[in-house]
Design a protein around this ligand. Structure first.
Ligand SMILES: Cc1cc2nc3c(=O)[nH]c(=O)nc-3n(C[C@H](O)[C@H](O)[C@H](O)COP(=O)(O)OP(=O)(O)OC[C@H]3O[C@@H](n4cnc5c(N)ncnc54)[C@H](O)[C@@H]3O)c2cc1C
Length: 628
């Protein structure tokens, strides 16, 4: 973490000086977010990073979520939390899912037997673990992040969205009307440039656009309870999928803190307009059902911390914004939906919260880039295109998973099939399988062989390195912060130590002279829009800092202090060498274009300067005072 750039400041460095650049009328903001769930809070935390963007986040509840709902946090989400700066807190509090066990009826049909025990996340899928933590705590971390961000954002509670209208206002074309639940009869009207509906499965924003969730008519009813219990079931501190002979199935998820356990108990399907409440499920019913499934093991529930009868279908919307298919490319999207508002999943694959956060991590930087005049508005079309395709894919996966989980295995072969499927799709559940198709933001795979381990269209896969200036062993991925900046990561050819005339020096000279000034405001730091980093092949002790090009030791801030954190070397002591680990062409090196949401837009040769410029010209806007 870097701080003190513009002068020494005492106190907690993660608390920014709030700079409210208020150039809006009192009743208008850049972005209205509806809903303080994981999707809304991820977006709010992202936008709070930009002091020049005004955001209102409205929530109908009277205050933050305190208990319940989702709890599974995929590896990819923890990587994203790292980018926001609170992964360590999550890792400290959470339960880490290391292994999964599968139980099914024993050979005599009278009891249960452990059928398999597997590693939960395959090796080197991510530097982050799969963890379990109450959704309310995730909300807390986001709220803290928003509060401490440069914009100092806090939600407006007790605001229930009533209606949304497009108007002729050229600056704030969307009007949102809220009922103020704490002031009955005094509605609030807010004008906005963009509105994002993160308002859950019964989204009012979605309805205002006339979109519908489409998919299975039947919805599965789940009983979920968080309990403190005494049991002789031996795997109570492992994630356990248990299929009983005659009483159905249960998924056990150990929870944070060492004692609490979540149990997902599959109940019946709901049909038509039938709601979970119609079934009159009670906490006692869930306990009895869990006891029956676990028998002959005992379950003595001492306290139910939270329970819910939770209905969910696997559904997805046709579009995630307000532009009709025939108008795509001609009309700018102004209203978006994210998270459960546009796709719903069963809890078995643990996707709901994770995919919802991933949606708005995708949207946040794009909105910021367009609002700040850095990108053309058509960049926003990529949100619906990218995220809808992924939601659809995940729902197909989720359906298979749900079917296999519910089906009572007829024999050993079927049971083994479920276990194989579970293993194979660990990548989906870990959230690292997302691959965006070629588009204005994703290049072709023409030069993929230069960096085989950095798949074009997929998230940047971290690896260990040593920071050149101070010899710190660290994860390269952890320099990719959620600050809206693009990363250009140059991997040096074997004999290049950064000296004058080498490939890295020539690339840096071009970037500093042409590409960066074209898109970076004149009075901003040179890395304000593009953060250029280099990784060399030599051991860090064999490199000389003074030979690095200026762009890798940029002068920044009011004192023109030197930023020493741009250059890295392989971690040869602890290994593996990043060049081998991620398949970098040692002879030619490689240049990675990494999006602000950590996805690899493309791999290029270090010399492909025209292709690099053409890529950014495709969606970015040059600054008025720009260079070439
Ligand atoms: C009761 C319940 C239990 C769940 N249990 C589990 C579980 O056990 N496991 C699991 O994996 N997932 C569970 N989920 C699903 C998981 O919580 C969601 O997938 C995830 O929270 C989706 O995030 P989101 O931000 O899209 O929507 P939500 O988390 O649903 O957030 C939407 C927010 O919008 C607010 N809102 C809605 N309408 C308006 C309006 N008109 N105006 C203002 N605010 C509005 C809501 O109050 C809510 O805070 C559960 C969801 C619910 C509702």
């Amino acid at each position: 973490m870097q701080y003190h750039l513009n002068g020494f400041r005492s106190g907690d460095p993660s608390v920014s000086t709030t700079c409210d650049v208020n150039d809006h009328p009192a009743d208008a903001v850049d972005v209205v977010i509806v809903g303080c769930g994981p999707a809304g809070l991820t977006l709010a935390a992202q936008l709070a990073v930009f002091p020049d963007i005004s955001t209102m986040i409205a929530e109908r509840k009277p205050g933050p979520l305190e208990v319940g709902q989702a709890d599974g946090i995929a590896c990819r989400s923890v990587e994203m939390f790292e980018a926001f700066g609170f992964a360590e807190k999550v890792l400290k509090e959470s339960y880490w899912v290391n292994e999964v066990v599968f139980w099914r009826p024993d050979a005599f049909g009278a009891g249960l037997a452990r059928a398999d025990r597997i590693q939960d996340v395959e090796d080197d899928l991510s530097e982050m673990p799969h963890v379990i933590l109450n959704q309310a705590r995730v909300h807390d971390f986001y709220l803290e992040q928003m509060r401490n961000g440069p914009r100092g954002l806090i939600p407006d509670y007790n605001r229930q969205l009533k209606s949304l209208h497009r108007t002729d206002d050229p600056y704030y074309p969307i009007t949102a009307c809220f009922d103020c639940l704490d002031k009955p009869g005094e509605p609030q009207t807010v004008r906005a440039k963009y509105v994002v509906g993160c308002d859950g499965a019964r989204s009012a924003v979605r309805k205002s656009m006339g979109h519908q969730l489409k998919g299975e008519a039947a919805r599965q009813l789940w009983g979920v309870m968080d309990v403190l219990a005494v049991t002789d079931f031996p795997d109570i501190r492992l994630k356990a999928a248990i299929q009983s002979a005659d009483n159905g199935s249960i998924l056990i998820i150990p929870r944070e803190g060492g004692y609490m356990v979540r149990m997902y108990i599959e109940l019946d399907e709901l049909h038509g307009e039938e709601r979970a409440t119609d079934r009159n499920v009670t906490g006692e019913m869930l306990i009895e059902k869990a006891q029956a499934i676990l028998a002959p093991y005992t379950l003595d529930v001492k306290e139910v911390a939270w329970w819910s009868a939770y209905e969910i279908g696997q559904r997805v919307c046709d579009a995630f914004d307000d532009v009709p298919a025939t108008e795509r490319g001609k009309t700018q999207p102004r209203i978006f939906i994210a998270g459960d508002a546009c796709h719903t999943h069963s809890p078995k694959a643990g996707q709901g919260m994770n995919v919802s956060m991933a949606d708005t991590f995708n949207l946040g930087w794009k909105l910021a880039a367009v609002l700040r005049g850095q990108a053309k508005p058509h960049l926003l079309d990529t949100y619906s295109d990218e995220r809808r395709a992924k939601a659809k894919e995940l729902i197909d996966f989720d359906k298979d998973m749900a079917r296999l989980f519910s089906a009572k295995p007829k024999d050993e072969t079927e049971a083994a099939q479920f276990q194989r499927y579970f293993k194979k799709h660990g990548r989906y559940t870990a959230g690292v399988e997302t691959r965006y198709n070629p588009s204005v933001l994703t290049t072709t795979r023409r030069y993929q062989s230069l960096a085989e381990g950095y798949e074009t269209g997929m998230r940047f896969h971290s690896s260990s390195v040593v920071r050149l200036a101070d010899g710190k062993p660290m994860q390269l991925g952890h320099v990719l912060k959620a600050d809206g900046r693009w990363r250009l990561i140059a991997f040096a050819p074997s004999d290049d130590l950064g000296a004058e005339g080498g490939a890295i020096d020539q690339l840096c000279a071009h970037l500093a002279g042409k590409l960066l000034p074209r898109f970076t405001p004149e009075n901003a730091d040179i890395d304000a829009v593009f953060d250029v980093r280099a990784v060399f092949q030599a051991a860090h002790q064999d490199m000389d800092l003074n030979t690095l090009p200026d762009l890798l030791l940029p002068r920044k801030g009011r004192y023109s202090l030197i930023d020493y954190e741009k250059a890295f070397c392989p971690d040869l002591k602890n290994g593996p060498d990043i060049f081998d680990h991620r398949g970098i062409d040692r002879a030619q090196g490689a240049l990675l274009i990494v999006r602000p949401d950590q996805f690899v837009s493309g791999v290029l040769p270090l010399t492909a300067l025209q292709e690099l410029a053409a890529f950014f010209d495709g969606f970015m806007l040059p600054v008025q005072n720009g260079g070439a």
